[in-house]
Design a protein around this ligand. Structure first.
Ligand code: ADP
Length: 477
């Protein structure tokens, strides 16, 4: 559907589900454009052409070919367009052999060069269009130099008036690099180099906060926190307050629907809870050697301090010690090797009541949302958090530390209509107390079902948030 006021939005990102996903960024960039299309706009996504399963199993047309200097190195690049249009929006991949043709997304020693080249290729390509997009929407620091180059890059003067939006999915990661790599950035007005600087480094996230026309965070609660706690960017975000706003993430209700999800053993609707969920729980517990007659508390996510994953071994160990034979735990994640090792040790030590799967497994994550009674999120930092939204949709009660987006989306069942369990401190003590509250709720069958159903009936679809982004784009016209 095209309308007179239809806008053309170009999302630039390092991740987009199902092409490449490491965390929530992938989910958002895979879903938001679909909903913007449904609102009558033309949303396009451009990301690197990693050599992954999606690349190997889809067909592409080369729509642009060129070359670029990255410092003293010359690279050829191709812009590929997915032929089948399988994602409900136009998908473009930037193919740069020798830089972006990696199996994974991040974690390479030349990540700075890889994402710089990606951004230059995207801008060089747009510079060749015979029209201009209405907005370029950049996601996180990997695309943070685009707003700067749009405004001050000599090559891109034609694009100077194209509005740019930065969405901060996680301000902990800023992509800093040293000034010795300045020569990699295409020519710009050197008087403006201060815009690149933060803390004595070239800081792409800071540059984007300074140069983007608007800056959003993935929840209003997270924006409030960033004014006082933003990994060194507090003052900058506060001083740019006038152009900031928080828009809560939605979820893709087609991909994440217990009634139709092909990855779970038994589909169910709210009317079929708890029996419909139970079938999934039995299957999950069988696979992991757990007792399906006990409440199951799970964790899914990156095993890093921000997620409070370092607290898990003690939360689990202590709970199993204090409540023997009363509760089971299951963890899916990967990350800090030290935390992984501690979790393995806890499993060996506990010998029953706890199991884990170290690694990334999309299908298993769906099975855990469907088969668990509770999802534990002891996060220290949670810009939005999607896990709790998936849990709610699957009738799994989220047990969360009240911070950022968790605070915005999970109410405590102690309050009327509450859908989860909240605790204040990211501490073992607070989390263990919440585990006990979870067990009390679990044994009050009627109340448990009410809480599950209240969560399942919440609307966390993208419809409202996608429209908020469009209003934001319009405010820049
Ligand atoms: P993040 O900070 O990692 O982006 P979010 O809550 O925004 O956190 O998003 C996490 C997304 O990644 C969810 O879709 C979650 O199910 C998924 N995820 C995280 N770790 C794993 C894993 N080990 N296996 C499968 N999915 C995972």
């Amino acid at each position: 559907m095209y309308t007179i006021s239809s806008m053309e939005i170009l999302h630039v990102s390092a991740e987009c589900y199902p092409v490449a996903k490491v965390g929530g960024l992938g989910d958002v960039v895979g879903a938001l454009p679909k909903y913007q299309q449904q609102l009558g706009h033309v949303a396009k996504v451009v990301l690197p052409a990693y050599r992954n399963k999606f690349y190997d199993t889809h067909e592409f047309d080369v729509v642009h070919q060129a070359g670029m200097w990255l410092g003293h190195e010359w690279y050829h690049f191709n812009i590929l367009k997915e032929r089948q249009n399988s994602l409900e929006f136009d998908l473009y991949l930037v193919d740069i052999p020798g830089l972006l043709d990696t199996p994974g997304v991040y974690g390479y020693p030349n990540d700075t060069e890889r994402f710089l080249a990606f951004q230059i290729a995207v801008l060089d390509w747009i510079n060749e269009w015979n029209h201009l997009p209405d907005v370029i929407h950049c996601h996180d620091h990997h695309t943070g130099l685009i707003p700067f180059l749009l405004s001050w890059g000599y090559k891109y003067s034609r694009l100077k008036e194209v509005p740019s939006v930065l969405t901060i999915h996680n301000a902990q990661y800023q992509g800093q690099f040293g000034w010795d790599k300045l020569y990699l950035i295409p020519g710009f007005d050197l008087w403006k180099s201060g815009l690149l600087d933060w803390g004595g480094c070239i800081n792409p996230l800071a540059a984007a906060i300074k140069c983007a026309w608007r800056v959003t965070t993935v929840s209003p609660g997270y924006l409030e926190e960033l004014y006082t706690n933003a990994n060194g960017l507090e003052w900058l975000i506060s001083s740019e307050r006038a152009k900031t706003c928080g828009i809560i993430n939605g979820i893709d209700t087609v991909v994440w629907d217990p009634a139709t999800d092909p990855r779970i053993s038994n589909n169910y609707t709210p009317e079929l809870v708890p029996e419909g969920k139970e079938v999934n729980k039995v299957k999950l517990c069988e696979r992991f050697g757990l007792d399906a007659s006990l409440p199951l508390i799970s964790f899914i996510g990156r095993l890093v301090g921000d997620k409070g994953a370092d607290l898990l071994p003690e939360i689990i160990g202590r709970s199993l010690h204090e409540l023997p034979g009363e509760v089971n735990f299951l963890v899916l994640g990967s990350g800090d090797p030290h935390i992984e090792a501690q979790l393995k040790e806890t499993r060996n030590y506990a010998s029953y009541g706890f199991n884990l799967h170290i690694g990334y497994d999309e299908a298993l994550s769906h099975q855990i949302y469907a088969g668990s009674d509770f999802l534990l999120m002891p996060s220290r930092v949670e810009p939005c958090g999607l896990n709790q939204l998936y849990a709610l949709r699957y009738g799994t009660v989220p047990v969360v530390r009240s911070t950022g987006g968790l605070k915005d989306t999970v109410t405590d069942f102690g309050d009327a209509g509450g859908v989860g369990i909240r605790f204040i401190q990211p501490s073992v003590w607070d989390a263990c107390t919440s585990v006990k509250r979870a067990l009390e709720l679990y044994h009050d069958k009627r109340r448990m079902r009410d809480v599950q159903l209240a969560g399942m009936h919440l609307d966390h679809s993208w419809t409202t948030s996608a429209a908020q982004y469009v209003d934001l784009y319009r405010s820049m016209k």
